[in-house]
Design a protein around this ligand. Structure first.
Ligand SMILES: Nc1ncnc2c1ncn2[C@@H]1O[C@H](COP(=O)(O)OP(=O)(O)O)[C@@H](O)[C@H]1O
Ligand SMILES: [Mg+2]
Length: 322
């Protein structure tokens, strides 16, 4: 039994959050617990990573890291977020799930990529009607519509489209990206909500129509009921997905919060974008939660979070709204 528990953080180009997180954990001075940047000098199958907990901020961009984390998880590391689930889901599936668990989402379809994926030809697509039933798709989604990658983030390749002509033109520019086409939610208020550990929620007014550095300068003033309603939505989404660390963007239209973007397992936490108060909350809450996971860590067990969707599905239970 090893009572000494190391917490590691795996990260890319970001600089403010990882170091602040490490300092916050270490400052809390919990006996037997330390945090440090993950260090990898070799990865051998079936060998323990040496970390009780790893916060993953970058494996979406580095397939080698994703494989490293799956092996680490197999050997008992509590990886935040579960690398298996993160490999499995994307924005379209998450929207689909939302429709089954009573979370309002914009009407959404997925589209085959405009260009053929590598090593495929027309013959690879015998099952696909050509052309697709565009008129029904447009009738369902409506215009204006948003088009964005099904596995995207960071506001890259997000288009607002006003009509079919514009759609065809812009879709023609998306190459091999698989895109969602989605109803526009014309919102009166917008919120970006952190959810950590499936229980700590921070609802941040957010004005996406402002320039980047001013987006958190939004003066929406939600009522206590609206706040509670949004918190419940955020908790519900993350319980079903099984994410330990995620953000949910909610756009409020006619009093109804619609979940717009809720597949962000490495959400932006840079001080310069989220601002000092939000930054301090994320750092401190992530530190507390990582410590909690380290204290609960079982040396020889599975220490991942598995969401309610997988739990229900693998037990062959209904997904009807619970
Ligand atoms: N369906 C939609 N209705 C209204 N605005 C949207 C919609 N989809 C995206 N947006 C706007 O585009 C921004 C980026 O899209 P989002 O889904 O958050 O993608 P990303 O993962 O790249 O952040 C959102 O913050 C929002 O302002
Ligand atoms: Mg977003």
């Amino acid at each position: 039994m090893n009572s000494y528990k190391k917490i590691g953080i795996l990260y890319g180009r970001e600089r403010s959050f990882p170091m602040a997180f490490i300092e916050a954990v270490n400052r809390k001075n919990i006996a037997g617990i330390t945090a440090e940047p993950v260090r990898i000098d070799k990865v051998i199958q079936g060998e323990n990573s040496g970390y009780a907990v790893i916060i993953d901020r970058i494996s979406q961009d580095v397939p080698f890291y994703r494989a490293y984390l799956k092996n680490a998880a197999l050997c008992g590391t509590a990886v935040i977020n579960n690398p298996f689930w993160w490999s499995a889901d994307e924005k379209f599936f998450n929207n689909c799930l939302a429709t089954r668990i009573g979370i309002p989402v914009p009407k959404t379809v997925i589209l085959p990529s405009r260009e053929l994926p590598p090593d495929t030809s027309d013959q690879s697509f015998s099952n696909l009607a050509f052309p697709l039933d565009w008129q029904s798709i447009f009738d369902y989604v409506g215009f204006p519509a948003y088009m964005k990658p099904f596995a995207g983030g960071g506001w890259k390749n997000v288009y607002k489209l006003h009509n079919a002509e514009e759609f065809y033109q812009k879709h023609g520019e998306t190459g091999q990206l698989v895109m969602l086409l989605q109803e526009e939610i014309v919102f009166s208020e917008y919120y970006r909500c952190y959810c950590i550990g499936g229980k700590y929620v921070r609802i941040m007014p957010y004005e996406p129509r402002n320039p980047h550095h001013l987006r958190y300068n939004a003066d929406f003033n939600p009522s206590a009921e609206r706040l509670q309603e949004m918190e419940e939505i955020v908790l519900r989404i993350n319980a079903w997905l099984g994410y330990d660390f995620n953000t949910v963007e909610l756009a409020v239209r006619d009093g109804i919060p619609y979940a717009i973007d809720f597949c962000n397992p490495a959400p932006d936490a840079e001080k310069t974008s989220v601002g000092e108060d939000n930054f301090n909350w994320v750092v401190d809450t992530a530190a507390d939660y990582a410590i909690e996971r380290a204290l609960n860590h079982q040396d020889d067990g599975d220490n991942l979070t598995w969401g309610k969707y997988l739990q229900q599905a693998t037990a062959h239970r209904s997904l009807a709204v619970l």
